[in-house]
Design a protein around this ligand. Structure first.
Ligand code: DX5
Ligand code: ZN
Length: 232
């Protein structure tokens, strides 16, 4: 079973929201592959961010790259069709936030999107056993959800290796994504532990000189160089 090609998913949580369209254009022109779209509801997580209208606005602005919607909301099902309509590519959710995980996965797929489950640092992986046939992405949190700019929790590497084995044993094409504290200094070991999809917010959007139109190129190139060094 070959791994999916590496994808860098830029978390716009750390972008300048007052210039969001331009920020997304620049980060994609700098080589990011996906737009990571963090949806927080001040209920499941203690923060409040953006919803389907902003996703739709990015599509209308001309964004054609995959939009990787990370739902940190409870309940989940009510908002899924809105995100599908708004142009989401992937929709991932936390199993703790849905009463009926299988139903929510099915709902996302019926709406024409790719479906994924998100595991917090302390959430066991056992729920995967019976739903892996409906999963297109597994997102491992390497911080507790709610905020950008936190430090990577090292035990996520052990969990990544476990998920890589589960995915390989399934024989399915499932992306393995990591979210939280990803930097140029740790992205290589994260790939070596099994990830193929790398979310980065503060490392990308915090690195830039605001006046440089190529401002995210340097950090994205550093990520790519580190990923190319990975051995597994
Ligand atoms: C946290 C979010 C992340 C966040 C990552 O709850 O899910 O996507 O933006 O930010 P960094 O890369 O700064 O840790
Ligand atoms: Zn996220």
């Amino acid at each position: 079973m070959t791994r999916q090609t590496d994808a860098i998913s830029a978390s716009i949580l750390s972008a300048n929201f007052a210039r969001l369209g331009e920020e997304v254009d620049h980060v994609l022109a700098s080589g990011a592959d996906f737009v990571h779209f963090d949806v927080m509801d001040n209920h499941y997580v203690p923060n409040l961010t953006i919803g389907p209208m902003v996703c739709e606005a990015l599509r209308k602005h001309g964004v054609t790259a995959p939009i990787d919607v990370h739902l940190m909301v409870k309940p989940v099902d009510r908002i899924v069709p809105d995100f599908a309509q708004a142009g989401a590519t992937y929709i991932t959710f936390h199993p703790e936030a849905s009463e009926h995980v299988d139903r929510t996965l099915q709902l996302i797929k019926n709406e024409g999107c790719k479906a994924g489950l998100v595991f917090n640092p302390a959430t066991p992986l056992s729920i995967l056993e019976y739903v892996i046939d409906k999963v297109d992405m597994i997102l491992l949190m390497s911080v507790n959800p709610g905020f950008g700019g936190q430090s990577f929790i090292p035990t996520a590497l052990t969990k990544l290796r476990q998920v890589r084995q589960i995915i390989d044993a399934s024989g399915r094409e499932i992306r393995l994504e990591v979210d939280g504290g990803v930097k140029a200094s740790n992205i290589r070991e994260i790939k070596e532990a099994g990830a193929d999809t790398f979310v980065a917010g503060s490392a990308i959007f915090g690195a830039a000189n605001a006046n440089d139109p190529q401002r995210y190129n340097t950090i994205v190139q550093q990520f790519r160089a580190q990923l190319a060094e990975a051995r597994f």
